[in-house]
Design a protein around this ligand. Structure first.
Ligand code: CTP
Length: 448
């Protein structure tokens, strides 16, 4: 009996998939089809898979060609499967030519010609109108956003707006997009807005973008006052728009895995969270010279507050800020201490003091430690009372990681709200609330 194996995502099952499976089956007597999990697809950069794993498996089964369906959930699995299932022929479409030659020591490798003019990517793009993104702001983060957005299907960068014509033009030329200095013209040309301008301009831009009917993804901190966050979310809801705060950590797969483990009871009740992120900035940088909106906490606070709010919630009993200030009064280093009914937490950040960036979650049965850069979570350890008992977890974090939040933002726009738990409106409001308390304590809001 000749045993054949093939693999695929089989999303939005189409003619190309059907023909591939038919020919794969014809190569032998028994066909095994490996269908990928969402998690595995994410790690290999396929972020917009529409159908669930169950639907994709059902569709493969319905063809009647598969004698057995297995799940493909990790890189390296094919090599083991070939041996485990005593495979004679491994086959995939011709888009993979050469990629699986390493298996030819163990079985025959056949690349079947791909069916022309059809793919899941094409169908996804046809089913959902391509969202044209307009970027407001031309700083470093906007530079990183563009290459990341190219990896998410269903979006295209239309142009950039900056009231300073020269900056907009320079940026637009570099990325071969359009430059806009007129906001009305900009809104007319786009569907969704990514705001990456200085913090103090966020509120005004979010409001005007939503008034023009645009969905908004805004860099952190979205706003620095609680009532502004509440008002904006309320307005978004009333107009059926998506407003999302872009804290990339919240959307990356490793951080989601970490929260899942931390909240599953493995380390018992969580009693202490310590999050630290420091990054030395030059004294003449924008971050350390904008005396109203600069400083460590407005710059990095969102990252260090995120795990605390996610793990311990929004209902702290007490909060206290301690900062070390530079000559211009901006905080070079800030430590926020929280007291909860049954836990304590500290969020530490600095632009003028370097410390060890670490996230530590301590519970009644053990603790979780994530070393820097924990805000791009790729690896963490769970420790218990017995020092020899350590569980290690890892997850990929691709590129700059913005692709995950862009992809989640897009699925929300397309009507799937499976990702809105990653950073809820309530959590974004709580972040704005803590930012506001800090700004008031520093007497910065009054000084505007
Ligand atoms: N396939 C094919 N002809 C097509 C599309 C896919 O023969 N027009 C084959 C692939 O080469 C692979 C299998 O079908 O062996 C499963 O492919 P998959 O990656 O799930 O489908 P694509 O349509 O290529 O998906 P995407 O656009 O997301 O890459």
């Amino acid at each position: 009996m000749t045993r054949v194996i093939t693999y695929g995502t089989f999303d939005l099952f189409h003619e190309g998939h059907y023909r591939l499976l038919k020919r794969a089956k014809a190569l032998g007597d028994y066909l095994i089809v490996g269908v990928t999990t969402e998690a595995y697809d994410k790690t290999r950069g396929k972020l917009n898979v529409v159908d669930s794993l169950m639907t994709r498996i059902e569709n493969v089964k319905k063809t009647g060609f598969a004698d057995e369906v297995i799940i493909e959930e990790a890189a390296g699995q094919k090599f083991n499967d070939v041996k485990k299932f005593h495979i004679d022929i491994f086959t995939v479409g011709s888009d993979w030519i050469g990629k699986f030659d390493y298996l030819s020591d163990y079985c025959k490798v056949v690349y079947l010609e791909r069916t022309k003019n059809i793919s899941s990517t094409m169908l996804r793009e046809k089913n959902s109108h391509i969202q044209r993104i307009g970027i407001i702001g031309t700083g470093r983060i906007a530079e990183r956003f563009i290459p990341e957005s190219k990896l998410v299907s269903g979006v295209s960068i239309q142009g950039v707006y900056n009231p300073h014509k020269e900056s907009a033009t320079r940026f637009a030329e570099r990325w071969e997009i359009n430059a806009y200095e007129d906001l009305e013209e900009f809104y007319d040309a786009i569907d969704i807005v990514y705001i990456a301008s200085p913090h103090e301009t966020h509120y005004r831009y979010i409001k005007s973008a939503m008034e023009h009917g645009k969905h908004v993804l805004c860099e952190k901190p979205m706003v620095l006052e609680r009532k502004q966050a509440e008002e904006l979310f309320q307005y978004a809801k009333s107009r059926g728009l998506i407003l999302l705060e872009g804290i990339k950590t919240a959307y990356c797969p490793g951080f989601a895995k970490l929260l899942g483990i931390a909240c599953s009871g493995t380390i018992g009740n969580i009693r202490n969270v310590e999050a630290c992120f420091t990054k030395l900035e030059k004294p003449d940088s924008r971050e350390l010279t904008n005396t109203c909106y600069g400083g460590s906490f407005t710059e990095l606070g969102s990252y260090v507050l995120l795990p605390i709010l996610k793990l311990l919630g929004k209902d702290f009993e007490d909060i206290r800020f301690d900062s070390i200030q530079g000559e211009n009064g901006l905080d070079l280093f800030t430590k926020v201490s929280f007291k909860y009914p049954a836990a304590i937490a500290t969020a530490t950040c600095g632009l003028g003091v370097k410390s060890e960036g670490r996230l530590l979650i301590a519970g009644s049965k053990g603790y979780i430690v994530v070393e820097a850069p924990w805000w791009k979570t790729t690896y963490f350890e769970v420790h218990y009372g017995n020092a020899n008992e350590v569980e290690k977890y890892s997850e990929r974090f691709l590129g700059d990681g913005l692709r995950y939040e862009i992809s989640d933002f897009l699925s929300m726009i397309n009507g799937a709200n499976q990702s809105d738990f990653k950073l809820t409106r309530g959590e974004s409001v709580a972040l704005a609330d803590v930012m506001e308390r800090f700004m008031r304590k520093e007497k910065r809001l009054e000084s505007r």
